[in-house]
Ligand binder design. Sequence first.
Ligand code: MN
Length: 231
Amino acid sequence: MLPIIGVTPSLDHESQRYMLSPEYTAGVRAAGGVPVMLPYADDAAIERLLGVLNGILLSGGVDVDPVHFQEEPLPQLGRVCPDRDRAELRLTRKVLEAGLPILGICRGAQLLNVAAGGSLCQDIPTQVRSSLKHSQTAPRWHPTHAVNLEAGGITRRLLGVPSIRVNSFHHQAVGRPAPGFAVTARAGDGVIEAIEGPGFTVGIQWHPECMWEKDPIFLGLFRGLVEAASP
Ligand code: MN
């Protein structure tokens, strides 16, 4: 049976619309999964969803409010979405408890780390000395900086290489990894680019959903999620 992968959308407050790039759902589908978009849900709905979903994908989006990792906001903090933070933290904690596979992409990787008790770097240019350019202006599919992948990590196994060039659209990053999580990829400036927790719990800082059509190696991350989620 094809595994069902719940995918979280953004919420645009001005237009009051959920938004999700079809690249995320296309990646799940291309890897052999069935994507379903998840409107923000309360605990009772999440409990029921856990009986249906085989895994989740946390998509990219706006900054995570630092209140969720016990910090005050720096001036460089970007837009936050309280409704999304609340809903995704609730969902992610329940999914972690249930032990279902999770793939977090960009904000999703950061949200995953915060949900499990870690912190974030609120703004790379002000908090990382001599940082690289992580907010690229090149096309979304174009890889602009390298990442080194830790031996023994799921990310390295799925990509099959010790280092790879990736795209980059983030000014936040994982700060202190959550308890029980390992850093499995870093950029040359030390910025964390992948984290992994128990089972298949993987957070990727770049955007493989924009890259796999040009470079099929990146579909491996979606395949990893779908295979781990296969009933
Ligand atoms: Mn980056």
